[in-house]
Design a protein around this ligand. Sequence first.
Ligand code: SF4
Length: 481
Amino acid sequence: MSVKPAMPLKERMKHAIADETLIEAVKKTTDRLEGGKLASSEALGNWQEWREQGSRIRSHVVQHLDYYLGQLIQNVKKRGGHVHIADTAEHAVQIFLDITKQKNAKSVLKSKSMVSEEVHLNKALEEIGVKVLESDLGEYIIQLFGEAPSHIIIPAIHKNRYQIADKFSAISGEQISEDTPTLTAFARRKLRQEFLEADIGVSGCNFAIAESGSIVMFTNEGNGRMVTTLPPVHVAFMGMERLLPSFEDLETFVNLLPRSATGQKITSYVSVINGPRKEEDLDGAQEFHLIIVDNGRSNILGDDEFQEVLNCIRCGACLNVCPVYRHIGGHAYGDVYPGPIGAVITPLLRDDMKVWGDLPYASSLCGACTDACPVKIPLHDMLVHLRARKVKLGLTPGWERMAFRMYRGSFANPGRYRLSMRAAKLMVPFMAKDGYIEKGPLHMLGWTNARHFPSPAPQSFREKWAQLSAELEGPKGGDSK
Ligand code: SF4
């Protein structure tokens, strides 16, 4: 699916940085999430070993994805479920629309699913007049605002409770107070009837267990269970890499995922769905469909530099520690996955460096994302590889290519290096103040707008060395006595 953001990255960032409410809301929540993660991982103990194990399991699955996908498909079918493989976003949407048509469905109720966001399911349903409603509180809020999620785990992270109360008041025509219990009670009241009336429930899938054909969801609000059990049809969207071989492997992720995502020891609900309802079951959907979405993932398979990014468990921990994300929030990234994981995976999934090649530059390369990642994905290395890919494709601006050619030319040759240092010094009186350049020329202005650039020293090391040597040697032909 060809998706293009409405504005260039720099413009999107400028808008975000100017929004103080957004920055404050994002900072407050990411601080809380990160603090919770540190405390709960420390309480668990041996966190690095858990990470090591998580990384090992996920790498093993991704390396043997064909085998585990085959096993999963076989086992879901054995349990009476239907499996669909979607190569692209359009294909995934078409599969869902066909199910909707077959069931003559008029209303769809969703719990959180980033893959359904990735394929833009809601838009397609609205276009054919099917009512689609989000039931996760955060997703419900941003649906009312007509926005996309701005965090993988907390979709409405950029909104504060006053903004939410205003929106709820506007849609209900009554004054809703901004205290959190009132806001949640309002959403609950609004959604309750919808759960009972929906024709199809849509969920995501945190993990699918290959050995049993089960899907596993970690949720906190209970809406996931309602969506997957009350409507007669349940459709789960799953990124094709979100597999685990067995329940034994799930144990590692029960420890890693909630702690990394929300700082909880475990989420309020961990639901395991084993296909459609059986005669002896008390509840559950009568029909179960699993849509396994590729949408660019298989392009990453086998790529030594990037395959590991498929290990991602979408916990959002890399977002919470990223100094760039914390200043601009999620929408500035322009697509469904924000933060460091988004800056890596969006250009790869979209397979379009021309449109998305700026995203890997939305990073200070501090490495905080890599340290935070529970499955040890080397995100900051990948950001550098993506920048290199952009250069190789000739997609960087002409002035930048020229500047780096000049840089290489002068630093690779001692004579040219000395000459360029002398030239730089000649510029100093025009630009520097108290040892710093506060306003650089041309493209250097972008750098100096935010920080001061140290001006070249009045005397180079070589010049100082020559001077010192001359002083130590003393005047030639002089008498030292
Ligand atoms: S890259 Fe790592 S930290 Fe970021 S969302 Fe994925 S698993 Fe979580």
